[in-house]
Design a protein around this ligand. Structure first.
Ligand SMILES: *Cc1c(COP(=O)(O)O)cnc(C)c1O
Length: 328
């Protein structure tokens, strides 16, 4: 059985480090979307709640119902309004044209487009949007924006910050108690956080993006079978790996159907113990030198992200929800 171990102490440590930056757990909105970035939303939710987190952000209503009752505030980021929104949740309003599709009295946070040009209304449209929100009797409880380049040292981060300050000023004229938030993981460690803002924190909770944090997730596979590969014999589809000398090998129960990228047998993809994967990965298994009954595939998703030229987010979030997850 493959397995994901979630290190509770590491997670708690990270959240406490984040809370030092935000000066309190009550200013953190934990982004738990996509199964808490593959870590297991249901598993980690009680841990976060116990530490004092009471505000989370999720992708859709399905995710929200799964965690309903644990947190007081749930913000849904990618909602397509259908007119039957639930009063327990807060919905991100991503486009002016959708205002009319929401049920009256729905709680919303309005997204401001300060330069990412993905979602939201521009600062120039803000007063018009607020008038429409009022006319359609929606409950505006917050405004927020998202940074396109918080992880790069370019000017656009500051341009976006400036834009959001303008938006806050305008919106607070009408709604003085509005909640505001802009900082994501990459922004968190870039100087002082505006005192009137909450922070929407995803990845750093899990130990990535800052050297002082601790990795929370490690992925394990279990041996399905073992054998001796004689010199010249190959292993797996296409026979891409051929033994240069006799070798004890084993097959382990994780494959690309479990959400891993498919290793095609080219280049060195190293497991946590430094051994290489051998031959092409199969749908539900891979082979390597025999490493015993249990094998750690990775405890740092960056190894896989670098190998497959992608970002750690993608490696983590693709881990299949059916892989059992346990707190250790
Ligand atoms: C996913 C997401 C976040 C969290 O981003 P991280 O880089 O993981 O901190 C914040 N805000 C929005 C709107 C998101 O979609």
């Amino acid at each position: 059985m493959s397995l994901i171990r979630i290190n509770q102490k590491a997670y708690e440590y990270n959240l406490k480090e984040i809370a030092k930056k935000t000066e309190g757990f009550e200013r953190i909105i934990c982004v738990f979307k996509d199964n808490a970035y593959g870590h297991g939303a249901k598993l980690l939710a009680p841990v976060a709640r116990e530490l004092g987190i009471n505000f989370i952000a999720l992708k859709n209503e399905k995710e929200a119902w799964e965690l309903e009752g644990i947190f007081e505030n749930i913000l849904i980021l990618s909602h397509l309004p259908h007119g039957n929104e639930n009063e327990r949740f807060i919905y991100a309003l991503n486009d002016i044209s959708q205002i009319k599709n929401y049920k009256k009295n729905t709680k919303i946070h309005l997204k401001i487009d300060t330069g990412m040009h993905r979602n939201g209304v521009s600062v120039q449209e803000l007063e018009y949007a607020m008038a429409l929100i009022k006319k359609n009797a929606l409950k505006l409880e917050g405004i927020f924006t998202h940074f396109a380049n918080a992880d790069e040292m370019d000017r656009s981060f500051f341009v976006q910050k400036e834009g959001f300050e303008k938006a806050k000023k305008i919106a607070k004229k009408y709604y003085p108690d509005l909640l505001t938030h802009s900082y994501n993981s990459a922004a968190l460690f870039r100087g002082k956080i505006p005192e009137d803002e909450y922070c929407r924190i995803g990845l750093v909770q899990f130990g990535y993006g800052h050297k002082d944090l601790k990795k929370v997730l490690s992925l394990y596979a279990h041996r399905l079978s073992q054998r001796r590969l004689e010199k010249g014999q190959s292993i797996g589809y296409g026979g891409v790996f051929k033994a240069k000398e006799a070798l004890e090998v084993a097959n382990y129960d994780l494959g690309y159907a479990d959400g891993l990228f498919r290793y095609d047998g080219k280049g060195k993809l190293r497991l946590a113990n430094g051994k290489e994967m051998l031959g092409r990965m199969s749908m539900d298994s891979f082979s390597c030198e025999d490493c015993g009954e249990e094998l750690c595939v990775f405890e740092d998703a960056d190894v896989w992200a670098d190998f497959f030229h992608t970002i750690n987010y993608e490696i983590l979030v693709k881990l299949h929800p059916d892989i059992p997850r346990v707190l250790v």
